[in-house]
Design a protein around this ligand. Structure first.
Ligand code: P70
Length: 470
């Protein structure tokens, strides 16, 4: 495989905080990696959101930002890029993905209506529910099985969706949502065949169908690699077909559009676009900038074009695959197949001694930080439990790869750190939650360990040799 199609021009220094400092830092952060100071983090795999490296073309475009309040040239360039790559008619810009989710939910949901979706995403579900909807999971069962090698775990169970719509009645459905590279299942794609079936069904039964198009680029590459008949098509062509199969989409552009901030909703439905434009002035800003500055829109317009560049997408997906292969070699339990943007550790198998009520993924993420300054994210019961409903779902730690940021040496180091924790996994205790925020609790919840937390002293494995810069 060829190396990535870019070289590094600007660098940002990072340093491994001493072991003592890391121990103190995780205690101060309430054993929640979201609450660590970035300066205490060495390799930051918290998220691929807003953490990608801009290209020189994006930086140059930012100089052209038109900061006019209304009628900004930058908005029209953004709209053109979206139309060229995806093809929808209307674009409503927002500050980031959840701004678009808010507008879409407010435009489409009447209280009591249902939103069927493949699994859920935290903010998407929150906004649908705040608008009065009831979220219904119509993912295929393989999505929730970390050991199933199904190539398209992002598929929707079309039979289940049909029964749901028919039983509830079409006027009870706000919209159907399908997420690209299904985040909570491990970054798993849908197939074009499945998307076509969902499109046909939603047409037949006359319900709006929207994508969460975040990470659609990587989804398009998986279609090319795994779905027979697509091997000779370009990622750009597949991306365009994906978009053509839905009434519109919401995007968090902080992922595959390579921007630190930004997002949008796009649609062909006139009425929905009009309603979102009415709402955007209340919550985000004038429809010609949403929550973005003119220079943000310039960076985004260029980022959308780069998101359709096959070699860029291939290099990115290759990094997750590389880290996943290293971890599998080491016998570490991960979600298979490796998805788009991250490797997910299966905390239920990694820490079988910690019951799910004691937050094994949260404890494992804390342990990985303490062991080597690597920051990851809990994606288990803390993120997924809904109110007081029982939760027996996936219990994962996400090692998320920022785009165009880290080298293979960084990924090798991460694998070493995870191996070190794995060697001492029996010493990792469960946690107790001592502060639980009312909304999206995973962001700011605080924990205490139920037994002393191991130091992961490096006695038997010496401090790894740092690779010199350059
Ligand atoms: C992540 C980020 C954001 C996201 C997403 C999908 C499929 C919408 C959004 C919202 C950031 C994040 C957000 C909530 C909890 C944890 C992390 N995902 N749809 O790291 O977009 O963040 O721009 O408002 O993945 O996965 P935005």
């Amino acid at each position: 495989m060829l190396p990535p199609p870019y070289k590094i021009k600007v660098v940002e220094p990072i340093a491994l905080a001493p072991a003592q400092r890391r121990r103190r830092a995780i205690i101060e952060a309430g054993f929640n990696t979201f609450l660590l100071h970035a300066d205490d983090v060495f390799v930051d795999l918290l998220t691929d959101s807003g953490t990608g490296a801009l290209s020189q073309e994006q930086r140059a475009a930012m100089e052209l930002g038109d900061e006019s309040y209304a009628g900004s040239r930058s908005f029209f360039r953004l709209e053109q890029a979206m139309r060229d790559v995806y093809g929808w008619r209307h674009l409503v810009p927002t500050h980031q993905g959840r701004g678009a989710e808010h507008l879409l939910s407010r435009a489409l949901v009447r209280p009591g209506q249902l939103v069927p979706s493949n699994l859920y995403f935290t903010t998407s579900r929150e906004h649908a529910e705040l608008a009065g909807a009831v979220w219904v999971d119509v993912s295929i069962p393989e999505a929730s099985d970390p050991e199933s090698r199904h190539p398209f775990k992002g598929n929707i169970d079309v039979g289940k969706l049909r029964r749901l719509i028919v039983d509830a009645g079409r006027e009870q459905i706000a919209f159907v949502r399908q997420e690209a590279c299904l985040n909570m299942a491990g970054g798993q794609p849908f197939s074009l065949e499945n998307l076509r079936a969902v499109r046909a069904l939603t047409r037949e039964l006359d319900v709006p169908f929207f994508l969460d198009g975040t990470r659609a680029s990587e989804n398009a590459l998986f279609v090319k690699e795994r779905e027979p008949g697509n091997e000779h098509r370009t990622v750009a062509e597949i991306l365009r077909e994906i978009a053509s199969l839905a009434d519109g989409a919401v995007f968090s552009s902080k992922k595959d559009h390579f921007v630190p901030i930004g997002g949008f909703a796009a649609t062909d439905l006139e009425g929905v676009a009009r309603r979102m434009r009415e709402l955007v002035v209340v919550y985000e800003g004038f429809p010609h900038y949403g929550g973005m500055a003119g220079h943000d829109m310039e960076a985004l317009a260029q980022g959308i074009r780069e998101a359709a560049d096959e070699e860029t997408v291939r290099a990115y997906v290759g990094q997750a695959r590389y880290l996943g292969a290293r971890l599998e070699e080491l016998g570490i339990p991960i979600v298979v197949p490796v998805g788009a943007h991250a490797v997910f550790l299966d905390a239920k198998r990694f820490l079988p001694q910690v019951p799910q009520a004691q937050f094994p993924a949260q404890a494992l993420a804390a342990a990985i930080y303490v062991a080597g300054g690597v920051r990851t994210m809990e994606r288990g019961i803390v993120s997924g439990q809904h109110g007081t409903d029982p939760y027996h779902g996936l219990e994962l730690v996400r090692l998320t790869i920022p785009r165009r940021v880290y080298t293979r040496e960084h990924l090798d180091y991460v694998a070493e750190v995870v191996e070190r924790v794995h060697a001492q996994r029996e010493d990792v205790p469960g946690l107790e939650m001592i502060y639980e925020p009312k909304e999206l609790r995973f962001f700011q919840a605080r924990f205490e360990p139920l037994q002393p937390f191991p130091a992961f002293e490096l006695s038997e494995s010496p401090e790894p040799e740092l690779v010199p810069a350059g």
